[in-house]
Unconditional design. Structure first.
Lengths: 780, 493
């Protein structure tokens, strides 16, 4: 063991695989971490507030803004007529996400105009003074209504392998069913916010809370009718993103930028929480219809899924989200004969968007419902059915999109978790408890996760980085990834520290900026550290190579005889401090700045035939959840959770454990207490934390055991053999929902499938209990 | 005759601030972020539900300096009078050494995006300074008003559990004497006053001053904890022209326990009332812990929960079931009425202009009378009830001698269930009687459906709560409550 006083010589501080604290931890706890709304405001800053529609569908007959214009403190009111460029902030330039609605209103809460005022309060107050006359049109609010009227934002898509219909027809056992699960509000604690500062030539710099600075840049440029190089977007950190600031930041950035350029003054657009929840997109809710044929052991022989997603009024990212739901309709199970159809329903509701998991959770919910259905039908423990259906050796290793599973570690992972969690004994104890207790019932479930890593839109799988080494040896790091709390910045900094073999505190983390690294992809799809880590490593390696060549030349040794040791470089027989070598290289006119670029290898996918390898690899995990429900009220609580999750060879186990726990609790909220309620007029009634209930402290299970899978390096050549960890853990929470279903099923001696949609609110649980009791009576 | 007044005075950290001409509608959060440029305190929701804006208020209670967490976003600036306001910027030492609660958050990886973190740190700070043992249930209660969307709470709980490991003596404790002395100089008997932007704010010190002010300004907004009125300002964008704050009226801050009644002054907060409630009506205390959050309970008052007339306030149903009475005052005239008679219809209460709620008189516990209250909501903590049922039962030789049932969330006001009560009164307390009474509930209530629950769930669950009450009184060994089970599990966590 190294002498403690000598550790700096034996290992750097903050290299990869170390449990390093978040780079901003100290700033977070002292309140000194700056979010966009905290930045010192330039003199003359104005404030924007949007005016929202009050009907879900209709035509604007008259937009009378005269009362606003005379209100105190108002500087300007902007409408579609003020847009010099394109009136569109859609992510795919579809033209279906107007910055300001013109003519037709497509959802309740759509932005009609923006008020620019001397104070935030004046802007908000004036925004309510508009007199709008609408010609109301019938509003389509549900997927059922949309399917009936054949309304969609994008054409349907199909994925298949073998003949599902024939396999189902020939199967000894068959079931069909319909299942709904709800959407989810991101509830990032920091709402949408942008501060636009005008420059010369009509240029503008925007400080924006966004996961996708490049897209904000492109959208703002397009709205302004200016080239992309006129717009710079910067983001140091977000107060949470979760997918909600991937495409949804553009509109508010564009309002601020439009006003800033027009008025020649800085303009901040920060949404009030209620406006944020009403006017920005959420997770897609799905209706899933299925038909399945299986054998006596519950092994699936053929299965057909019909997905119907509520996309809202525009396409946004619905195409890729619904595709990913299809890619995860199998979860970890081999489906020999399978057909998955997906409808992208258009409704007069806010346009749904990316949310952690990006369709994956929705797809998995379908197959996990089917697993329980089969188990109840056959009188089997659902875990046995799940295990019987897992991917295995060839030929049971091909996905519905014809990709071979090369690293199927799930069976082993599940076995380990089943044992460490004591599933069998607890199952017996729960059955006993349920027999003894009339009113409270317990349930348990183990569900797996297999989540595909890579953007399924191939060109997005690229990333860039920029690394400077200054003459004092300190390093400036920049890359295209954004920090939303997930710890990306510290992980990438660890990669760079590791590469140069310098202490982490020598690496300066800097805000994401479109002027430094251009044409970036969103920080999304869990790909942040995979891609930006690689790009930063490439940049560091370039500089290292130059330093090595320089050292070899100067000290007349072979380049192979130059070795980067902790905070120093061995050149032949001598060791030179890293800082000294850097200074020497500078004096010899060696470039100490480099860009790095990475493109994910191996992936390809032909959407027309729904075949290929859309993912570089899969991240795996499994969870056992135990719950308690009250059959008189429908209240429930999660009493214990055991998780075993695969983060490959973790870049930072502390950060990764945080992702696992936080993702799980967020998923638990989605499936239990978080309910989006739209009324008959299409108004969102749960538009604030008073009515929309994300988990709170006491909802964290009393007994919560989380472990990362050990000795499991990624088989693919990812950054230091780690695996992506942002999204996959959210889906571990499907075990909570299945455990609640299990508790209800106990009332029917586990032979009847509870009719339970998500989220499992007290109301849904109570009604599922009462429905099951009625079915029991009919049977008797 | 105008009583003498003085400006608002408070400590920001250790510095004295005197404000006479601010807009009384300004929130503490607006003051901190815009006037003081203290941007560590965040706005998450602007309605007191997320806790990102949590600050600690130090105040003298019975001569002791007590720190309590409140939501700066809905607290109006005037209510700082006489208090010490501490924000996240105050916690670390001048030399940069972190406070124990901050250090614990860092050590346990308690922040991810960091936006909620200052609020958590301030809630932890107040917990750190409290007298309570810090177990998981206490942590749950203390942090229920702080939402975190990133961590899943585990690391924050770990921070709370370990932050006192190095002892509980921090800089603020060491300076206690000095702070108390400063706070004493702030307080004196005059009515504190603010005038600005066309609005006036008065904080009288005695019920007499209050009565006189209200006679002069019968249309004034009476402000207590501000946990409802604050939202009129931040969400409805209403401008309050005249605000009369009752939180410094000594006569309304009293709790007295007599032979028949516990009299709770209208300005007593939930937090202040909790110990007395716990002693006399433990079931009501359990409900109190689920009402709002620590921040809301530190500011909100039982009087306000009644006076605002909400059909979904959590306290009126159990208070009505117990047979509580309300004391109102106008000028020098007092009147008293059964609490249930105060609620006339949705949005209308029996309170005249210039009149104010002075106190609530709650019957003291009677061993023969059983009280149970059941709160149903999507989330256990800090959620508004979909339905809340309160039951009081007295049995005599197995027969129902007294039954009082009151529900919240089932009608436009908190409402008794006369038909159901009639179906039970004088009957043997058995399952047949309960089933007959469940049938009668449908004649007592026609609830609406909304975002919290459908009408049909409300009716079903109301009947089941009556059944649950019956089971609880007849099968003492039955395991019945998910919430109780969870608290028991957290006891050992």
């Amino acid at each position: 063991m190294p002498d403690a006083g000598n550790t700096a010589r034996d290992a750097i501080h903050g290299g990869v695989h170390n449990a390093i604290a978040h780079d901003s931890a100290r700033k977070h706890v002292t309140g000194s971490a700056l979010y966009v709304d905290d930045l010192p405001e330039p003199a003359g800053t104005l404030y924007a507030a949007p005016g929202l529609s009050t009907v879900a569908h209709g035509r604007i007959r008259n937009l009378d803004l005269s009362a606003l214009e005379q209100a105190p403190g108002i500087v300007a009111v902007l409408t579609a007529a003020d847009i010099p460029g394109r009136n569109d902030v859609s992510p795919i330039h579809a033209g279906d996400d107007p910055l300001f609605a013109e003519g037709t209103i497509e959802f309740h809460g759509q932005v009609l105009f923006a008020v620019i005022a001397e104070s935030q309060e004046a802007a908000r107050r004036a925004a309510r003074l508009a007199k709008v006359t609408y010609e109301e049109l019938p509003a389509v609010l549900t997927v059922e209504q949309a399917l009936e009227q054949d309304l969609s934002v994008l054409p349907p898509h199909e994925m298949k392998r073998n003949d599902a219909a024939a396999a189902i027809a020939a199967a000894p056992h068959r079931l069909r069913g319909t299942f709904h699960h709800g959407g989810q509000e991101h509830f990032y604690l920091e709402g949408q916010v942008s501060l636009a500062v005008p420059g010369e030539d009509g240029d503008v710099t925007i400080y924006c809370s966004t996961q996708h600075p490049s897209e904000v840049q492109h959208n703002v440029a397009s709205v302004l009718g200016r080239p992309a190089n006129a717009v710079t977007v910067e983001c140091r950190r977000m107060g949470g993103g979760f997918g909600g600031k991937e495409t949804q930041a553009s509109q508010w950035a564009a309002i601020a930028a439009l006003a800033a350029v027009k008025l020649g003054r800085p303009v901040k657009c920060r949404l009030d929480r209620d406006d944020d929840m009403i006017a920005t997109g959420k997770r897609h809710d799905f209706r899933i219809d299925y038909e399945v044929g299986f054998d006596a052991r519950g092994r699936i022989l053929g299965i057909a899924f019909e997905h119907a997603a509520r996309c809202g009024y525009s396409a946004d990212l619905s195409g890729a989200i619904c595709d990913r739901a299809m890619f995860h309709a199998d979860n970890g199970y081999y489906l020999d004969a399978v057909r998955i159809r997906s409808q992208r329903c258009k409704t007069n509701t806010v346009s749904n968007t990316a949310f952690r998991g990006f369709g994956g959770p929705q797809g998995m919910m379908g197959i996990e419902e089917v697993m329980d259905q089969i188990a109840r039908h056959r009188g089997l423990d659902p875990l046995e059915v799940r295990k019987a259906n897992l991917y295995g050796a060839a030929p049971r290793n091909v996905t519905p999109y014809h990709m071979e599973i090369e690293d199927n570690i799930l069976p082993d992972l599940i076995t380990r978790l089943e044992e460490s969690a004591g599933y069998r004994d607890r199952r017996a104890a729960i059955t006993h408890f349920n027999a003894e207790n009339a009113y409270l019932k317990k349930g348990i479930a183990l569900t797996p996760v297999k989540f595909g890593i890579s953007f399924t839109t191939q060109h997005l799988n690229q990333a860039g980085a920029l690394v400077h080494v200054y003459t004092d040896g300190s390093v400036h790091l920049n890359h295209g990834g954004t920090e939303m709390g997930q710890g990306l910045f510290v992980k990438v900094a660890q990669v760079v520290a590791e590469e140069f073999q310098i202490d982490l505190d020598q690496v300066k983390i800097t805000p994401t900026n479109t002027g430094k690294v251009p044409n970036t992809s969103a920080t999304a799809a869990s790909s942040g550290s995979d891609m930006n880590g690689m790009a930063a490593q490439v940049a560091a390696q370039k500089i290292k190579r130059r330093l090595s060549l320089f050292a070899a030349d100067k000290y007349k040794v072979s380049v192979d005889d130059v070795d980067f040791l902790p905070n120093r470089v061995r050149v032949g027989n001598q060791e030179i401090p890293f800082t000294d070598l850097v200074k020497q290289a500078y004096l010899d006119r060696i470039s100490l700045s480099a860009t790095g670029f990475y493109r994910t290898p191996k992936i390809h996918y032909d959407r027309a035939t729904a075949r290929g390898r859309p993912f570089l690899y899969f991240a795996y995990g499994a969870a056992v959840s135990e719950v308690l429900i009250d059959t008189l009220t429908g209240e429930s609580t999660v009493t214990r959770v055991d998780i075993l999750h695969d983060a490959g060879k973790s870049l930072n186990p502390a950060i990764d454990l945080g992702q696992v726990e936080g993702g799980f609790i967020q998923g638990m909220g989605w499936l239990t207490s978080e309910e989006l309620v739209f009324d008959g007029q299409g108004r969102l009634r749960t538009h604030a934390p008073s009515t929309y209930k994300i988990p709170t402290c006491s909802d964290r299970p009393a007994d919560f055991r989380i472990a990362l899978l050990e000795n499991a390096p990624n088989r693919e050549e990812t950054i230091h053999r780690s695996k992506a960890v942002g999204e996959p853990p959210l889906m571990l929470a499907i075990s909570v929902f299945r455990a609640i279903s299990d508790a209800i099923a106990s009332i029917g001696d586990y032979r009847l499938m509870p009719a339970l949609d998500a989220p499992a609110t007290p109301e849904r649980i109570l009604f599922a209990v009462e429905d099951l009791r009625r079915r029991l009576q009919v049977r008797a | 005759m105008n009583a003498p007044t003085r400006p608002i005075r408070f400590l920001l950290g250790d510095e004295m601030r005197e404000v006479a001409d601010a807009d009384p509608n300004m929130t503490v959060l607006g003051y901190l972020r815009q006037q003081e440029r203290r941007c560590g305190t965040k706005e998450g929701c602007g309605e007191g539900d997320c806790g990102a804006c949590t600050v600690a208020l130090g105040a003298l209670e019975d001569g002791q300096l007590v720190y309590r967490a409140v939501n700066a976003c809905i607290q109006l600036i005037g209510t700082l009078d006489g208090k010490q306001l501490l924000t996240i910027e105050d916690l670390a030492d001048e030399d940069g050494a972190l406070h124990a609660c901050q250090q614990a958050l860092v050590a346990h990886h308690g922040s991810q995006c960091g936006f909620c973190t200052p609020g958590f740190a301030m809630s932890l700070f107040a917990l750190y300074h409290g007298q309570d043992r810090i177990d998981r249930n206490r942590i749950n209660d203390a942090l229920a008003g702080n939402l975190c969307r990133c961590t899943g709470y585990g690391p924050i709980i770990a921070a709370a559990q370990t932050m006192r490991d190095g002892g509980a003596l921090d800089r603020f404790a060491r300076r206690r004497g000095e702070t108390i002395a400063k706070l004493r100089t702030l307080s004196e008997g005059k009515t504190a006053m603010l005038e600005g932007a066309g609005s006036s704010y008065y904080a009288p010190r005695s019920a007499g001053q209050l009565a006189a002010l209200l006679e002069r300004h019968p249309d004034a907004t009476i402000l207590a904890g501000g946990t409802d009125v604050g939202l009129w300002v931040t969400k409805q964008l209403r401008r309050l022209n005249t605000i009369i704050y009752i939180g410094d009226v000594d006569d309304l801050k009293r709790i007295s326990v007599g032979e028949r009644w516990i009299e709770i002054g209208a300005a007593v907060t939930y937090t202040e009332a909790l110990a007395t409630i716990e002693e006399h009506h433990p079931d009501l205390a359990a409900l109190t812990r689920r009402l709002g959050s620590e921040q809301i309970r530190n500011a909100g008052t039982i009087g306000g929960n009644i006076a605002n007339g909400s059909p979904i306030g959590d306290f009126p149903p159990p208070l009505i079931a117990l047979g509580s009475r309300l004391v109102l005052r106008r000028g020098d005239r007092h009147r008293e009425l059964p609490l249930e008679d105060f609620f006339l219809e949705y949005g209308r209460q029996d309170r005249q202009p210039g009149e104010f709620v002075a106190a609530i008189r709650v019957p003291i516990a009677d061993p023969a009378r059983q009280l149970r209250c059941y709160k149903i909501s999507k989330r256990f903590d800090q959620d508004i009830s979909a339905a809340l049922g309160a039951f009081v039962l007295t049995l005599e030789a197995g027969r129902v001698q007294e039954i009082r049932i009151c529900f919240g969330g089932m009608a436009g006001t908190p409402q008794r269930a006369p038909e159901t009560e009639a179906a039970l009164l004088g009957k043997p307390w058995n399952r047949d009687a309960i089933e007959a009474a469940c049938g009668a509930l449908a004649r007592d209530y026609r609830p609406i459906g909304d975002m919290r629950a459908s009408a049909s769930y409300r009716m079903n669950v109301a009947a089941n709560l009556l059944r649950k009450f019956f089971i609880e009184t007849t099968e003492p060994q039955a395991r019945l409550g998910v919430m109780a089970e969870r608290r028991a599990a957290h006891e050992h966590a």
